[in-house]
Design a protein around this ligand. Structure first.
Ligand code: NAD
Length: 371
């Protein structure tokens, strides 16, 4: 049965065939077409640095689906992982590095792109070392410990003449792309406010780097809240000017060094306000946009899959995609075609400037300007 609203899944799937042929889209979806990577002639080699949960659970499997890049190498400090990954993914010995010999990756023509998937405190060092080794870089979110580090990373990549991208997978996700289109075209009138939250109940290792400020830079705000900041920005298409934030802590022992729950209010130009929340104490993830002629949004809004959306026109019926595969394929295409990535280092810097201002507001108790 064809769904009787503007979001027709069947029509979307029929017309948007990833990686093959031409894209012919219904008019309301046409703007999404440019957001999906085409296939390139040469597959670029990616080396993953840090083989933890995200690399093993998401990125390596996604690299089995990519059309423009493949898993060519790994960088790990754990010899047993080197061996098991080498066998599982057929990675030759010459493409396996550790943290000491990493810089010799410069001499390896198999590796075009280095993907930094390490604790946040190591993002700057490995991004800069990769660029100096002559490799293009993808760095995971949050980009670095603070905006100052982000600027150093951007400058180093620029100086090396290499492209830098941040692992913002949602910029390739169809429901999210629709929210970006609505921000641009405003079919429901002026956006007036946003409510957004992202978090999970932390039951992980109490000794994890995520709970150590020196390694993570902060808690749920850096890890989960960054999605709500991104969401507020792409849902409005604007940059916030001021922020006021407060912090809440129920488990002072576990979250001794980092934030557990933060509430923030971002003030955008035109009087738009985004009320956001990040938490390590609640399973939550939504992005609600209030506009003059109706509300719309996504829930769940930020996961690897299962994103759902609704507008006054009905339920969005877009396909679920492998976000990481699309993200990496697009970057490989950007590198091959010398085209700017839509999730460049500057996008990561912008979020860190906002995060820095949120932490400043918590410390000062004041409304802070975002610079
Ligand atoms: P993880 O703890 O599972 O893995 C971290 C890896 O870094 C491990 O392989 C570990 O051995 C290695 N490492 C090297 N030096 C280390 C040190 N001094 N201390 C601790 N670990 C060290 O973490 P993860 O979940 O894979 O996260 C890695 C990065 O990916 C983080 O920046 C995180 O924010 C990001 N991430 C992004 C997403 C996303 O959806 N984009 C999802 C999860 C994680």
């Amino acid at each position: 049965m064809e769904i009787n609203n503007k979001y027709s899944r069947r029509r979307f799937i029929r017309t948007l065939t990833y990686g093959t042929g031409a894209l012919v889209l219904a008019p309301q979806l046409a703007s999404l077409a440019s957001c999906f990577p085409a296939a390139s002639n040469k597959k670029l080699g990616i080396a993953l640095v840090g083989l933890g949960g995200y690399s093993s659970g998401q990125l390596a499997p996604a690299l089995q689906e990519t059309k423009n890049c493949y898993l060519a190498g790994i960088v790990t400090g754990t010899p047993s992982k080197a061996e098991s990954w080498s066998q599982k993914y057929n990675i030759p010995e010459k493409n396996i590095y550790n943290y000491s010999n990493f810089d010799s990756i410069a001499k390896n023509p198999d590796i075009d792109i280095v993907y930094v998937v390490l604790p946040v405190s190591m993002h700057k060092e490995y991004t800069i070392r990769a660029a100096k080794a002559g490799k293009h870089v993808i760095c995971e979110k949050p980009m670095a410990l603070n905006a100052g580090e982000c600027r150093e990373m951007i400058a180093a990549c620029k100086q090396a003449g290499k492209m830098l991208s941040i692992g913002y997978r949602l910029h390739f996700e169809p429901h999210t792309l629709e929210v970006m289109r609505l921000a641009k075209e405003k079919p429901y009138g002026k956006i007036t406010s946003i409510d957004t939250a992202n978090g999970f109940t932390y039951r992980g290792d109490p000794k994890s780097w995520r709970l150590k400020k020196a390694l993570s830079g902060g808690g749920a705000l850096m890890d989960m809240g960054i999605y709500t900041i991104q969401g507020s920005r792409y849902a409005t298409g604007l940059e916030p000017l001021f922020v006021t934030a407060t912090e809440e802590k129920t488990n002072r022992e576990l979250f001794k060094e980092v934030d557990e729950t933060i509430h923030y209010k971002l003030e955008f130009p035109g009087g738009i306000v985004a009320n956001g929340k990040s938490s390590y104490n609640e399973n939550v993830g939504f992005l609600k946009i209030h506009a003059e002629k109706g509300d719309y949004g996504l829930q769940p809004a930020f996961g690897y899959g299962g994103i759902q959306g609704e507008t006054p026109a009905g339920v969005m019926d877009f396909p679920q995609i492998n976000q990481q595969a699309f993200q990496m394929d697009d970057f490989a295409l950007c590198v091959s075609n010398k085209r700017m990535t839509r999730v460049a280092g500057e996008e990561g810097l912008r979020d860190m400037q906002i995060i820095d201002a949120i932490y400043r507001s918590i410390a000062s108790g004041n409304r802070e300007r975002i610079v």
